[in-house]
Design a protein around this ligand. Sequence first.
Ligand code: PEP
Ligand code: MN
Length: 370
Amino acid sequence: MIKLLHKQHTPLLIAGPCSAETFEQLHAVTAALTESGRVDLIRLGVWKPRTHPGGFEGMGEEALRWVAQLRREYPAARFCCEVACPAHVEMAQRYGIDAFWIGSRTAGNPFSMSELCAALQGSEYPVLIKNPMTPDVQLWMGALERVSSAGVKHIAAVHRGFSLFNNGNYRNNPLWEIPMELKRLMPNIPLICDPSHIGGNRHKVLPLMQTAMDLHFDGLMVEVHPCPSKALTDSCQQLTPQDFLHYIDRLTLHYDNNATPAELTLLRKQLDNLDEQLLATLSQRMEVSRQIAHIKQNNNLAIYQPQRWKQVLSSRLIIARKLGLDEVFVKRLYEKIHAESVRIQEAQMNAPQEAQHGDSNTDDTPQHKA
Ligand code: PEP
Ligand code: MN
């Protein structure tokens, strides 16, 4: 029986392909991970939840037959797969799967969770529950509570990021404050990070693994494939087993008292995220300025319009006051933003059609001073 928090001073490691595709693929991953002696559970997708119809939906029962065969060759290997309905639980148990995980789409659906819990009633199998797609810690907790109420004793939470309208640099926005809030509310539930589905790209996996360690997560679930670029699902984010094992060696683990407090790491992560949003907003604002320059040009309007600038500044200062921001600071900030906006508009107007316009914009002086 796998215990989800059995190791001191080392994270629980779960790795394996997004989807089991062929016996050879699963065999290669199982051999590499088992022989390394580092991995606690091999993950494999048997039934794949796809966004659009018509894609590869997993090998189903055939993949479970491969697992049964591999268990004979690698008696030390332990396997886990995603289950989304009672029929999956029944079939996976029949083929000797050692643990289950409940996917993000299922975890956010209380009806599906109730059905699954009926099938898992009193189960000795460990169950890992991914966060629902929406950033709602209560919904995640509800899924964990349902599984716990069904008498399942070995439970862990898996953070795989959230699907937002704007995920910035990530496939799924990590919003680290949500798993950390879950940890505060349910301190006895081990917390595992899935950097593969957060990053969506193999180059982002190592830094995300390290962030999870810096935030004192209890384990990692990472997608590993013998030939990632040929994977039938999630090919951009999977690692080779060799890269995965190498990354594990490169992690800095924090199990001593001198480690940076997780709270500080979390706040720094929040700052990183907010700065990214701030810069994205500034970039969008400058783009809108360029579009405005185009309209001004077509309508022979001046770039700098003192009345408009006065209105902009005073309305922003009202908002700043309401938000508790220092007015002198916000005034200086807006003067800089406005000056940059004017500079961009001038550059745009002067660029290709310079000759056409000459000095037609003469209703304001000065033309470019914020
Ligand atoms: C997966 O782990 O391959 C998967 C489909 O995960 P999620 O439910 O997090 O999207
Ligand atoms: Mn996947």
